[in-house]
Design a protein around this ligand. Structure first.
Ligand code: KIV
Ligand code: ZN
Length: 512
């Protein structure tokens, strides 16, 4: 058995199914480039039949990537497969990923099909996909809750029809590691042609066991892991790429398998995903959380100073976490900024660097030390957020103990300037009321959180909002040295994301 584990990244597809995590095409493209740099083997770029936005993103990514396989998800139906292929066909290495559920509960209630019909649909889908590309993956949705012998029968039929990868998902995150490892061994032992395909696993994290299940499956013989950056995804998320890769990297005696991941790009990729989606990484998240390498206890600090390996099982540098951060200030030049941004994973064009440099200088005038977090915020707002409908042109707020808080706001709406003023309970309420008037939004503010990007009273404030309108949910993120401006930017970012969702409705019934 090969000791190479293929890393199939589905951040752009299953990851995007995290509530509020929608990304536009430009954001997906940027992330796909970063994932290629990270060295993932396959990027699942989207579900082309689901929405025009997905179709567009998959086609653009397919047309751009040179080394990485690009997969498009589709149900086991000809129109879905045709849509996927139309989006994928320009890829250097396309992969059609077709799926159908195999558990009795899904067959009876969702598909309303019997077992024979599902086998026939799977075979027909794989056979048809195979006429378009030799690289076809078949997934048995809800595989972990399917009858074992039936699952093996479906896999055998899919491989005979031409599937080069068969994927066993724990769709609802129900499996327990020992049980899941046992299921993988069972599948290998009872699917006669299994060695003609790569066996993959795809775990969800509902019980917090996605990584454990994936690793157990790899030990049992699976050779593709389907993962997302930061573990984002539907409900409690998917198996996190960084946890699987660093487990293999850190424990080669127990897990003697390799991946093609360049681990030093893990941290910058994690930051990029968080910046683009607005989903914050919990501080105690394994590998990439802010506290993952922070030692608080004196006895630990003492040990780490004497020899880092006393309490650290991995080196921060291995994942690209630069602990000796070069801090930039107002005398730093364009070259230092470019070099530093590159280290953070942002390879900017000259035009983009010009924009970031101007904003960096403005911030450096207000703040003595510009930190990595500040630069990331500038890049996110100045570069990553493209095609915005609503932009802040100016904001003036008066507030205090004796005045009625008032905000005067000027926005650009689709390139046209509009302005107004309004009152509120406080300066943020006044700002939001005025923005709501100017944009005409009927969205509801579900959550509003304020934090500081770094330490110190001159730190940039970071605001995250969660908005809902007609069942659509979007996150918005904004940062600025001024907390009220940061709030306005976050609100506008959320409104822009809602607009994107409205104009890119999901077409296919979301069955995942
Ligand atoms: O969770 C799941 O079953 C999926 C499949 C489509 C692979 O995402
Ligand atoms: Zn999934």
């Amino acid at each position: 058995m090969s000791d190479r584990v293929y890393i199939f990244d589905t951040t752009l597809r299953d990851g995007e199914q995290s509530p509020g995590a929608s990304m536009n095409t430009a954001e997906k493209m940027r992330l796909a480039n970063q994932l290629e740099k990270l060295g993932v083997d396959i990027i699942e770029a989207g579900f082309p039949a689901a929405s025009d936005g997905d179709f567009e993103a998959v086609s653009q990514i397919a047309g751009k990537l040179q080394h990485t396989e690009v997969a498009g998800l589709c149900r086991a139906s000809k129109p879905d497969i045709d849509q996927a292929w139309a989006a994928l066909k320009t890829a250097v290495k396309p992969r059609i990923h077709t799926f159908i559920a195999t558990s009795d509960i899904h067959l009876q209630y969702k598909l309303k099909m019997n077992r024979e019909e599902v086998v026939a649909a799977a075979v027909a889908a794989v056979r048809y996909a195979k006429t378009l590309t030799p690289n076809v993956e078949f997934s048995a949705e809800d595989g972990s809750r399917s009858d074992r012998d039936y699952l093996c029968r479906v896999f055998e039929a899919a491989i005979a029809a031409g599937a080069s990868t068969v994927n066993l998902p724990d769709t609802v995150g129900y499996a327990i590691p020992e049980e899941f490892g046992d299921l993988v061994r069972y599948v290998i032992a009872h699917t006669p042609n299994i060695h003609q395909a790569v066996l993959s696993v795809h775990c969800h994290n509902d019980l917090g066991l996605a990584t454990a299940n994936t690793l157990t499956a790899i030990r049992a013989g699976a050779r593709q892991a389907e993962v997302t950056i930061n573990g984002i995804g539907e409900r409690a998320g998917n198996t996190s790429l960084e946890e699987v890769v660093m487990s293999l990297h850190t424990r080669p005696n127990f897990l003697p398998m390799e991946t093609g991941i360049h681990t030093e790009h893990i941290y910058p990729t994690s930051r990029l995903v968080s910046m683009i989606t607005g989903i914050i990484v919990q501080p105690n998240k394994a590998i990439v959380g802010a506290n993952a390498f922070a030692h608080e206890a004196g006895i630990h600090q003492d040990g780490v100073l004497k020899n880092p390996m006393t309490y650290e099982i991995m080196k921060p540098e291995t994942i690209g976490l630069n602990t000796n951060r070069l801090v930039l200030g107002k005398h730093s030049g364009r070259h230092a900024l470019r070099t530093h941004l590159k280290e953070l994973g942002y390879d900017l064009s000259d035009e983009e660097l010009k924009i970031v440099f101007t904003q960096f200088k403005e911030l450096a005038d207000k703040k003595k030390h510009v930190m990595d977090e500040d630069l990331e915020a500038i890049v996110t707002e100045g570069i990553l957020r493209t095609a915005d409908i609503f932009k802040l042109e100016y904001l003036n707020v008066s507030a205090g103990t004796t005045v009625l808080p008032m905000a005067s706001v000027k926005l650009s709406v689709n390139g046209r300037s509009v302005r107004d003023a309004g009152y509120g309970n406080g300066p943020i309420d006044a700002t939001f009321n005025t923005i709501a008037k100017l944009t005409g939004t009927s969205s509801e503010l579900l959550r509003f959180t304020v934090g500081a990007l770094t330490g110190g009273t001159d730190a940039m404030g970071e605001v995250i909002v969660r908005l809902r309108e007609n069942g659509l949910v979007a996150l918005g993120k904004g940062s600025d040295a001024d907390i009220i401006t940061a709030s306005a930017k976050a609100y506008l970012n959320g409104l822009n994301r809602l607009e994107y969702l409205k104009t890119h409705p999901v077409k296919a019934a979301q069955v995942l």
